[in-house]
Design a protein around this ligand. Structure first.
Ligand SMILES: Cc1cc2nc3c(=O)[nH]c(=O)nc-3n(C[C@H](O)[C@H](O)[C@H](O)COP(=O)(O)OP(=O)(O)OC[C@H]3O[C@@H](n4cnc5c(N)ncnc54)[C@H](O)[C@@H]3O)c2cc1C
Length: 380
């Protein structure tokens, strides 16, 4: 078994790290505190080709896989998680078009998405469709060559700066569930924003609630087979961006803690010399490695096209909890100044708190994981 990145992946990591640490991180506190969208940073990511990282080269992307995405997202999230979320969701929409769309949709949307001239957002969750997405109330009814959509979506990350929302709607009866949900590319202009929440973390990219009433889209805006859109989401590789965001925050919390505890002196010694702190820092490093290894394993399995259900849920729960735990420890070891916005560590905790909820709460992933474990160890 090889635990080695390719030369290309190592190059991606160092290029992305340099950009994230030199350009994004110095602006992260200001963007977070002002709740300001990182528009120019997203544009700069497109100059590197990152906004098309997983889009095939034939459509103007870099044609990289899930492992490369995990590497990139870790670096971005270590600087400012909202940048990583926006990119992860955009590439997730592109992947649905790539895997399940028509040739015409691929040719129309993917080159523009790779260049970030067209930005995608995800409209899956609703008020009654949180963990249980099959409870969605949004409907789409066919009328000739068009579909008429009615309903709402909430938590549409980056809606305010996107061009299209990949909108999931019921097109069949509940008796057909889960084969009763279809996806459509709906222009953001057709949405009426009715709530932009102020959030604990992830503050620079908003995730509003929006409604739409009798919105008509042509059948050419339907992505994938009628009724199969929800089921097809289990085949997506870009979901690995969620645990990778956790790895980034867990690592940033560790890096900042090592730097701070090496410098800060109390009782005539650096506080990093106290064994009480050193053992905790060792455990923080352990959590980063576990989170990263599990995330890369899930990514590598999906690049090989083998089942990732167990590996993904394990990575998701471990990496997102590692982010919360490391951020929390980082605040403790920074003392009072860690409780202020002068340092990054308080933001790490606020951002990390999202990750155990979004992308499906960790409890649901533990259910999935437990099911896989019991299946592997059948009782007589
Ligand atoms: C900032 C933000 C950004 C988001 N971005 C997007 C986006 O871009 N697109 C999108 O479609 N959605 C997005 N989401 C939605 C996100 O995926 C949902 O919030 C998530 O799926 C949970 O749904 P819910 O909030 O309704 O919680 P609920 O489903 O109501 O769950 C509440 C709590 O119940 C517990 N719980 C749930 N299921 C189980 C279970 N099986 N066993 C035990 N306990 C359980 C958990 O503790 C959970 O946190 C975003 C959410 C936030 C907050």
């Amino acid at each position: 078994m090889r635990f080695q990145l390719t030369d290309e992946q190592r190059h991606l990591r160092s290029e992305a790290r340099e950009f994230a640490q030199d350009i994004i991180k110095p602006r992260s506190k200001e963007l977070d505190q002002a709740g300001e969208h990182p528009t120019d940073i997203m544009d700069e990511l497109s100059d590197f080709g990152y906004t098309g990282l997983t889009i095939p080269e034939a459509y103007g992307g870099l044609g990289r896989g899930a492992t490369d995405l995990a590497i990139l997202i870790e670096e971005l999230s270590a600087a400012l998680m909202s940048v990583a979320s926006t990119l992860g969701l955009h590439l997730g929409v592109a992947e649905v078009i790539q895997q399940f769309g028509t040739d015409q949709q691929r040719e129309t949307y993917l080159p523009e998405m790779a260049a970030y001239d067209t930005v995608g957002a995800l409209g899956l969750s609703e008020q009654s469709a949180g963990s249980d997405k099959l409870q969605m109330e949004t409907t789409a009814e066919q009328d000739g060559d068009e579909w008429v959509l009615n309903g709402h979506k909430q938590w549409i990350t980056n809606l305010l700066h996107a061009d299209y929302v990949l909108t999931y709607a019921k097109t069949g009866s509940d008796s057909e569930s889960p084969h009763n949900i279809t996806a459509f590319l709906v222009p953001t202009d057709d949405f009426t924003v009715d709530e932009v929440w102020d959030t604990l973390g992830a503050r620079s990219v908003k995730s509003p609630r929006a409604t739409f009433s009798d919105v008509r889209v042509s059948d050419q805006q339907r992505v994938g087979e009628v009724g199969e859109a929800y089921v097809q989401r289990s085949k997506l590789r870009t979901g690995v961006n969620v645990p990778a965001r956790g790895v980034g925050i867990a690592r940033a919390a560790l890096d900042d803690t090592v730097a701070y505890t090496s410098e800060r002196e109390q009782f005539d010694q650096s506080i990093g010399e106290f064994q009480g702190i050193r053992w905790e820092v060792a455990e923080m490093a352990e959590r980063v490695d576990v989170a990263r290894l599990l995330t890369l394993r899930a990514a590598e399995r999906s690049d090989r096209g083998v089942d990732t259900t167990r590996a993904f849920s394990m990575a998701k729960t471990a990496a997102t909890q590692a982010a919360v735990d490391n951020a929390n420890k980082a605040i403790q070891f920074h003392g009072g100044i860690g409780y202020t916005t002068e340092q990054h560590v308080e933001r790490y905790l606020r951002d990390a708190r999202l990750l155990t909820i979004a992308g499906g709460p960790n409890e649901g992933h533990k259910d999935t994981l437990a099911e896989a474990v019991y299946d592997e160890h059948p009782r007589k």
